[in-house]
Design a protein around this ligand. Structure first.
Ligand SMILES: O=C[C@H](O)COP(=O)(O)O
Length: 258
């Protein structure tokens, strides 16, 4: 049985400018200790404009906090105004990049082929994609949430090699639980996360499935994180709103104490 290091990632979304980012990461760095970093991988996902400042701070003070971006271009370079390539993120020493977040799917019409291309672009630049999947409320109410989410996994991983998939992070984020205060019950989250792992095993074999980290995302807070993390197929959380409060995010990292 593979031991998977939990990953707590704070997706800041479109919040905190570069000065606020520095103050926020300094606060996290001051609060987190070696024991925290040994037990949990901690990452922040700031807006693009903050990344250079975060890199300078992390490098300069040799912090153990990892960081990454919230999106990347499917293209390697060229005339794509406004886009940021995987190579640019890698140059800033990003470790992670979220791909296919529901807000990208909803507001920027990202479909499965594009998400698939972005997963490949991330791997091509040695970034670890955090692939976001999950259903809208109507889909859950119709009882189609597992099938819907697995179809997103299939589409996103089309023609992606097994050795890459074993390093992947998949974040299950039921859309109706994002930023709404409605958390998916821990058992309900486990149902889908377990199904995702089983699907990865079907596609790539058990060893790869055992290595993949699966996060839950959607209104995670210090008050519900322990229950969520107690599930066998949940290896971390993708935290939105609560990650903007450094004290709260540190409590989430210390989920075993909650
Ligand atoms: O990426 C994070 C998710 O969208 C969850 O956001 P939230 O914690 O504000 O519900």
């Amino acid at each position: 049985m593979t031991t998977r290091t939990p990953l707590m990632a704070g997706n800041w979304k479109m919040n905190l400018n570069h000065l606020e980012a520095i103050a926020h990461v300094q606060k996290l760095a001051f609060a987190l200790n070696d024991k925290d970093h040994a037990a949990v991988e901690v990452a922040v996902l700031p807006p693009y404009t903050d990344l250079r400042s975060v890199q300078t701070l992390v490098d300069g003070d040799k912090l153990k906090i990892k960081y990454g971006a919230q999106d990347l271009s499917a293209h390697a370079s060229g005339a794509y105004t406004g886009e940021i390539s995987g190579a640019m993120l890698a140059k800033l020493k990003c470790s992670f990049v979220t791909v296919g977040h529901s807000e990208r799917r909803q507001y920027h019409a990202e479909d499965e082929p594009l998400v698939n291309a972005k997963v490949k672009a991330a791997f091509a630049s040695d970034l670890t994609p955090i692939l976001c999947v999950g259903e809208e409320l109507a889909v859950r109410e119709a009882g189609d949430h597992v099938a819907h989410t697995l179809a997103q996994v299939d589409g996103a991983l089309k023609d992606v090699a097994a050795e890459q998939v074993s390093t992947l992070v998949i974040a299950y984020e039921p859309v109706w639980a994002i930023g709404t205060g409605k958390t998916c019950g821990a058992d309900d989250a486990q149902e889908v996360c377990g199904a995702i792992r089983a699907r990865v095993a079907e596609l790539y074999g058990q060893e790869v499935a055992d290595a993949v980290r699966i996060q839950y995302g959607g209104s995670v807070k210090s008050g519900n994180v322990a229950q969520i993390m107690a599930q066998p197929d949940i290896d971390g959380a993708l935290v939105g709103g609560a990650s903007l409060d450094a004290d709260e995010f540190v409590k989430i990292v210390r989920f075993r104490d909650q």
